[in-house]
Design a protein around this ligand. Structure first.
Ligand code: AMP
Length: 223
């Protein structure tokens, strides 16, 4: 298969991170989550982390110039030469334009954007049940994984926590930001003929396989 450059688009809670982990393994490409990079920067209280934290806690977007520079640097790392999968970037049209320019300046290959669709109601249910492990960063859900409030991580025994931006007020803000800022990115890739759409409402494993099949045969998927 040709070298893959994938962009996962979808509202918060669509399951981008979870499906990206599966696709990374199946396709052998590098998974880049700008949210994970930022959370790490916040945990370390680096310059970037200090600048980003207030926006993230409020469910707002980190300013374009910060995030574009972060993505540029990450995409130039050696592990990106055999393909990449972006999860959480681009989230504004300005970021999408910067990415197009970056690709043109490097190998000029055509990325494929995957629009992962799901209802707001399901998004709210998923986000409010989401738990992350402090040690191995794996994602769980109390509605899916049979996990109690005080349980340790089923994989490594680490402490599970709720992201600050998964609190109800922040979820509301993130959905609004998604409609206002990120939905136009879907149109951007549709106009370029680089978009496929996949319904991600179902059971996780089935959806992962469906996504993989759609990515391998994009012409068969709804554009
Ligand atoms: P995520 O884990 O992708 O949901 O990202 C968590 C938070 O990190 C978002 O709510 C934003 O505050 C910030 N963030 C991640 N990626 C971006 C991006 N591409 N542009 C702006 N902010 C971002």
């Amino acid at each position: 298969m040709r070298q893959l450059h994938l962009i996962l688009l979808g509202s918060p809670g669509a399951g981008k991170g979870t499906h990206a982990e599966y696709l990374e393994k199946e396709l052998g490409i590098t998974h880049i989550s700008t949210g994970d990079i930022l959370r790490e920067a916040v945990a370390q209280q680096s310059e970037l982390g200090k600048k980003a934290q207030q926006y993230m806690d409020a469910g707002q977007l980190v300013p374009d110039e910060l995030i574009i520079e972060l993505a540029q640097q990450r995409l130039q790392q050696p592990d990106c030469t055999s393909g990449w999968l972006l999860d959480g970037f681009p989230r504004t049209v300005a970021q999408a334009e910067a990415l197009t320019q970056l690709i043109e300046e490097s190998n000029g290959s055509e990325p494929l954007a995957v629009n992962m669709t799901i209802s707001d109601q399901e998004v709210i249910r998923r986000l409010s049940g989401r738990r992350l492990c402090r040690d191995c960063a794996q994602i769980f859900n109390v509605y899916r994984d049979n996990i109690g409030v005080a349980d340790p991580c089923p994989t490594c025994g680490g402490q599970l926590y709720i992201r600050t931006d998964d609190q109800p007020e922040a979820i509301k803000e993130r959905l609004k930001v998604y409609q206002d800022e990120t939905a136009p990115v879907i149109e951007y890739y549709r106009r370029q003929g680089q978009l496929i759409t996949v319904d991600v409402a179902g059971e996780q494993q089935q959806v992962s396989q469906h996504l993989l099949a759609a990515i391998k045969a994009p012409q068969a998927s709804e554009k």
